[in-house]
Design a protein around this ligand. Structure first.
Ligand code: NAP
Length: 460
């Protein structure tokens, strides 16, 4: 009876996990996705407590209580902009748990452990341990505890891949000689070191993609552990985690026109900013918020293109106020959302949702791009790379081939940022120097507040 109940609860939890991913795919249903995920996890934990009630239930309940006490404030207090590093810490703990349970299984089942089971255990321990240190380093970079710059040195590929080679060789040795537990320690040490070496060589801005890839590793190792423990829910949850992390990583790298190899081994972010050339002689035209209001006064259509700078300035609320004020004047206002604007997937959607911008006003890149030629004013708020026309026009540019928001096709482009400096890619933006571009230099929140005040003072 108890087995049937546990299995049934596992099926419900698995369904809720699938629904959670489905609902999370759209901003409109993402809250429901969150509830389904939480519900699925509560049922999964309850069913597991039921399944192992004959064992040390006090320890299990103690672990759940401690987890809830530590996890709840983290979930409630972490700022929206710190979600990538919070996610990195979740992966770190999840993967460490998986690796340690794998090690415990090895010690419990040895010497009677069969080679197939031990091979799976070794694979999941390598993935689990490297994900732990990799995620800790990703957290440290995103939190600013260590520099976000990639640490590069001569022969780094040799050292990194050599370390991974030692982990794999120890695994092979252990499978051939299961009682040689020293090999397990070497495996664990080498995998931990590899995760560290892999991530310190990657720039801080690539961390969200790295986290998606590490997420995938953690999921695969959990699924592998599910096979060893004969726990079907762990197999399902791990597979969902592994595949969704991988798909997210692929989507993010495609949207940046980068390959996994380039992200993991390219060391992007180490070099001094690469300029696209010939910029010294060029002069951009700078304007004030009062100048911009003159253009907005006669506009009928406006598209706002937000980017990383909006997140830094926390300007989403004033952006919403500006949008409302423009709409009150009968102007059609849309928001153009680039898939990798900001520093994490859905970054702009999250910020604009927080500021209560209606979903109908958010337009994805493919849908909004055809509208720019008929748009009176495109207002770029702290975005840079995702608007850089070099991605379309300069085959030698690191951005070449990346799909961008075609803001340059609008009649007037208002560019709000603090300086003429480049964005994440380090590539200068030709858009600053085009005759239809109005550069308004300053912190996005301050500039937009001034712009809003000037707009409200406007007499028709
Ligand atoms: P971006 O190219 O990094 O440009 C952001 C701009 O914001 C900067 O040029 C900066 O210029 C400006 N800025 C910073 N603080 C500001 C403030 N307080 N007020 C006004 N402006 C401010 O950002 P993006 O256009 O959003 O493009 C995202 C980049 O990140 C892409 O290259 C993408 O490939 C990469 N990336 C994204 C993800 C993701 O998942 N979204 C993941 C990894 C990498 P100033 O310093 O002059 O102000």
């Amino acid at each position: 009876m108890s087995d049937i109940l546990v299995d049934s609860l596992y099926v419900v939890a698995a369904l809720l996990f699938v629904l959670s991913l489905k609902f999370m795919a759209e901003v409109r249903t993402s809250r429901m996705g969150n509830f389904c995920g939480v519900g699925g996890m509560v049922i999964a934990i309850g069913a597991t407590l039921l399944a192992y009630q004959s064992r040390s239930v006090d320890l299990l309940v103690g672990a759940v209580v401690i987890g809830a006490i530590v996890g709840s404030p983290i979930g409630l207090k972490v700022a929206m902009t710190a979600v990538p590093q919070r996610t990195a810490m979740s992966h770190a703990f999840g993967s460490l748990a998986v690796a340690l349970v794998g090690a415990a299984e090895y010690y419990i089942d040895t010497p009677g452990i069969d080679p197939a089971t031990l091979s799976v255990l070794c694979g999941e321990m390598v993935l689990g341990f490297l994900t732990f240190t990799g995620s800790c380093m990703a957290f440290a970079k995103l939190q600013g505890i260590i520099s976000g710059r990639p640490i590069l040195y001569r022969g780094r590929m040799f050292v990194s891949l050599g370390t991974l080679g030692v982990a794999v060789a120890s695994a092979v040795y252990l499978v051939a000689n299961p009682t040689q537990s020293l090999a397990l320690l070497v495996l664990a040490g080498a995998a931990l070191l590899f995760g560290f070496l892999l991530v310190i060589a990657i720039g801080g801005a690539d961390m969200p993609t790295v986290i998606a890839i590490l997420n995938s590793f953690a999921g695969i190792s959990a699924a592998a552990l599910g096979f060893v423990l004969d726990n079907r829910l762990l197999i399902v949850a791990g597979s969902l985690d592994g595949s969704s992390g991988l798909i997210l990583g692929i989507i993010m790298s495609r949207a940046m026109n980068r390959s996994f190899t380039n992200i993991l081994f390219g060391g992007v972010g180490a070099a001094a900013p690469a300029q696209s050339g010939g910029t010294a002689a060029r002069v951009a035209q700078t304007y004030t918020p009062d100048d911009v209001v003159v253009v907005l006064r006669d506009a009928r259509t406006v598209i706002i293109a937000p980017g990383y700078g909006m997140a830094v300035a926390q300007a989403q609320h004033v952006v919403k106020e500006l949008s409302d004020a423009l709409q009150a004047r009968g102007i059609d206002v849309k928001f153009a959302i680039h898939p990798v604007a900001g520093r994490m997937p859905g970054h702009m959607n999250v910020l604009l949702a927080e500021a209560q911008v209606p979903y109908e006003q958010l337009w994805e890149m493919d849908k909004v791009n055809p509208l720019f030629p008929e748009t009176d004013v495109a207002i770029v708020v702290g975005a840079n790379d995702v608007t850089n026309p070099a991605a379309r026009t300069k085959p030698d540019s690191p951005l070449y081939g990346m799909p961008i928001l075609n803001v340059d096709k609008a009649r007037t482009v208002v560019f709000i940022k603090r300086s003429m400096g480049p964005g994440f890619s380090g590539v200068d933006n030709d858009l600053f120097y085009l005759p239809n571009t109005m550069m308004v230099l300053g912190d996005a929140k301050k500039v937009l507040t001034d712009l809003l005040a000037a707009l409200r003072n406007l007499r028709d």
